[in-house]
Structures are given as structure tokens and as C-alpha cells.
Ligand binder design. Structure first.
Ligand code: TXA
Ligand code: MG
Length: 358
């Protein structure tokens, strides 16, 4: 039985937080909002509770979980050493959408870390998340609150669709702000490595540390490169519909999407276009959802997973998606879009399109 409760992050209901923390302390599972996506949480120090998370999500056992804390000082209980660079990043970006990989202490079990000697730690800024972690007095293991492989939930409705009946409580704190999962950065190497791009960008980290790189598997779409982050190897963020991603000059993208839409429709497929403020008017009369404004990446990141799920609810077979500028937050948007897509069509100024994937 799942208890669904609404809460305003700016007006914390401490009775509900108390109830939720009791569930956590009894080994139960609570879904709560963070500034990135909703998380499915359990006591990180209780293996049986953590096992429930894996079961509910259908998550592969070899994919480790992020451990969430409410105060920086808790870090000392969980990891064996805190490099100077990690302190600097914590100072700058915690609380916030940054997860750091650090060498773990024995208190964190193999269950959480999937047998790795490192652990992923994050200190979120969302007030509901922090109140729950504080009141529980436990580090909380929380992956995104979706069925494994589906887009991460950015509204309680998405969690209800995926996990109703499989968790003890869902705290509905409204839409999440960022809409994409936190930046994961490995702090155990000499140069910090981004394993998953997010709102905190490579440039943001370089501004603080003077160095930072992407894990090679993020830049190259090469299946032979094994990502350092186990989660990145799985097909991810996939709606039921197939996603086709169009790259190239925007006028070429618009032209090709319009042509493909007609072609797919004539073949009996239900196609849907993921448009943007700047391009929406070019798809008049077609099935489409506007994802956001190309000049304001946060409008796109916060809507992306919701739009993918909305297309599924509309019974769309094929989602035709435009490339966005992949600098800053756009890097994370393009990373998720690439992972969601089964085919990429690359258009050049004049000649015929190249097709990748399938
Ligand atoms: O924004 C977020 O990070 C959300 C919210 C709920 O905090 N959580 C989230 O968790 O996205 P999850 O489990 O869906 O993604 C965690 C990612 C996975 O790709 C996992 O493989 C990676 O972090 N990860 C966890 N521990 C790791 C480790 N020790 N080394 C490398 N990657 C690790
Ligand atoms: Mg996830």
C-alpha cells in the first residue's frame, strides 16, 4: 500500500517528514523530490531496505546507488579520504546537483556500491529531501524513482505510473527544477572525470579546480568504450516510442523532420515532433509537443523527460527530436537525448544525410 502525500517544499510539514523518517528507519521505502529528479529512498546502512529499492525498480544488481546526505560533516562517516579538490567542489556546489565518487569506508556495503571500492555521494538542496535525510538521521540511498530503463520522474504522477504499490510512501513536492539527474564526477583520479553530465558543467568545475575532463564514453558514441559509471552502459531514458534524433543545421533539421513525419504517417506510424519555441511554427498541423526555448536550456532540461512520457501517453510510435546546442547544460540534454534515441540522423549543409545507430 502506497501512501501519497502532497508537500510544498517552502512549507515543510514536519508531521509527514516524521512519518516518512519512521518508514526509513523501519527499513521501508519512501519516494521524495530532489532538485534534479524524484528519488526512491531507503536507509543506506540497511542492506534489506536497499534490496527493496533494487526490486521495486527492477534495477540490475551491478549498478551502484547514490548515497544522499543532509550535512557536509556526514561525509566523514562514509568515505575514507576527502581530497582537497572534493572539499573545494563541496564548498562551491553543495547543496546542489553534484554527485562525487570517493573512496568508501566499510560502513557502506557492497550492496550499495555494487562491489566497488568507491561510493557516490550527493548533498541535495531540495528542502523536502534535506528535511527527510536530517530527520531520519541516516544516509539515504536513492536512485531515480523510475522503473529501470524509463525516463527519470520529474513529477509525482510519473512515480505513480511506475511504482504505485511498490513503495511505502510518495511525497509529492511538485515538478522538479532541473529535470535531469545530477552531474556525477569521479574525484578518485588525478584529473576529476565527469561520468554523467548534468547542471554542474565541466566548465563550472574547471572554474573551481582548474581541471576536469569527460569520461571518454560520454564524448564518443562508441559501444566499445566501457563507461566508468556502471549505470551509463544501460539503455536509458527510453520511452516506449522509438526516438529519432536529428543533428545538423536547424533549417535542415526542420525540413527533414517534416519530410520524415509525412513518410512515417503514410506508412501508418503515429509520429510526434518534439519542437522548440523557435521551431514550433514550422510544424503546423502535425502532432507535436514543445519542449522549451533553445536559448534557455533549463526550460528544455526541466521538460524533457515529461515530454517523452507524454508522447507515450498519446500512443506515439516515433518521436522526432531536434538537436540542441550542446554547450553548458545542453551537454546533459544531448547526453540524455542520445541515450533515449535508437537512431541519429546527421544532416549536412548540402549533401545527403548520414544515418547512425540502429
Ligand atoms: O540526480 C540524481 O543523481 C538522482 C537523485 C534522486 O539524486 N539520482 C540518480 O541516481 O540519478 P541513479 O541511481 O539513477 O544514478 C546514479 C548513477 C548511476 O549511473 C550509477 O552507475 C552511478 O551513478 N554510480 C553510483 N555509484 C558509482 C560509483 N561508485 N562509481 C561510478 N559510478 C557510480
Ligand atoms: Mg536513474
Amino acid at each position: 500500500n502506497t501512501n501519497i502525500v502532497k508537500m510544498d517544499p517552502d512549507n515543510i510539514d514536519y508531521n509527514i517528514i516524521k512519518e516518512a523518517s519512521e518508514i526509513i528507519n523501519k527499513g521501508g521505502v519512501v519516494v521524495f523530490p530532489t532538485e534534479t529528479v524524484y528519488g526512491i529512498g531507503a536507509d543506506a546502512l540497511n542492506d534489506e531496505a536497499v534490496e527493496k529499492i533494487f526490486k521495486s525498480k527492477g534495477r540490475p544488481q551491478d549498478n551502484p546507488l547514490i548515497v544522499h546526505i543532509a550535512d557536509y560533516s556526514e561525509l566523514y562517516n562514509l568515505v575514507s579520504d576527502i581530497p582537497e579538490n572534493a572539499k573545494l567542489l563541496a564548498d562551491e556546489f553543495w547543496p546542489g546537483p553534484l554527485t562525487m565518487i570517493l573512496n568508501k569506508k566499510d560502513i557502506l556495503s557492497d550492496k550499495i556500491t555494487a562491489g566497488l571500492q568507491t561510493a557516490a555521494i550527493r548533498l541535495p538542496i531540495n528542502k523536502i529531501a534535506r528535511a527527510l535525510i536530517r530527520e531520519s538521521k541516516k544516509p539515504i540511498a536513492a536512485p531515480s524513482a523510475n522503473i529501470s530503463g524509463k525516463p527519470s520522474p520529474t513529477e509525482a504522477r510519473h512515480v505513480i505510473d511506475d511504482l504505485m504499490g511498490k513503495v511505502d510512501m510518495i511525497i509529492d513536492g511538485g515538478s522538479t527544477d532541473i529535470g535531469l539527474e545530477s552531474t556525477v564526477v569521479d574525484m578518485t583520479s588525478e584529473v576529476p572525470m565527469i561520468l554523467r553530465p548534468g547542471k554542474v558543467t565541466k566548465e563550472d568545475i574547471i572554474n573551481v579546480l582548474g581541471k576536469c575532463d569527460y569520461d571518454p564514453s560520454i564524448i564518443k558514441n562508441d559501444d566499445k568504450l566501457i563507461p566508468k559509471s556502471p549505470g551509463q552502459k544501460y539503455r536509458h531514458y527510453s520511452p516506449k516510442a522509438r526516438v529519432i534524433l536529428y543533428k545538423g543545421p536547424i533549417e535542415k533539421i526542420i525540413e527533414k523532420i517534416n519530410n520524415d513525419y509525412e513518410k512515417f504517417s503514410s506508412e501508418g506510424y503515429k509520429a510526434g515532433i518534439m519542437s522548440t519555441v523557435q521551431t514550433d511554427a514550422y510544424y503546423i498541423g502535425k502532432t507535436k509537443i514543445m519542449v522549451g526555448d533553445r536559448t534557455k536550456p533549463l526550460t528544455i532540461s526541466s521538460n524533457l523527460f515529461k515530454v517523452l512520457r507524454d508522447f507515450d501517453h498519446m500512443g506515439i510510435d516515433l518521436i522526432l527530436a531536434e538537436q540542441v546546442d550542446d554547450s553548458g547544460l545542453g551537454k546533459a540534454i544531448m547526453n540524455r537525448l542520445s541515450k533515449a534515441s535508437s537512431q541519429t540522423i546527421i544532416l549536412r549543409k548540402s549533401d545527403t544525410p548520414l544515418t547512425q545507430g540502429e
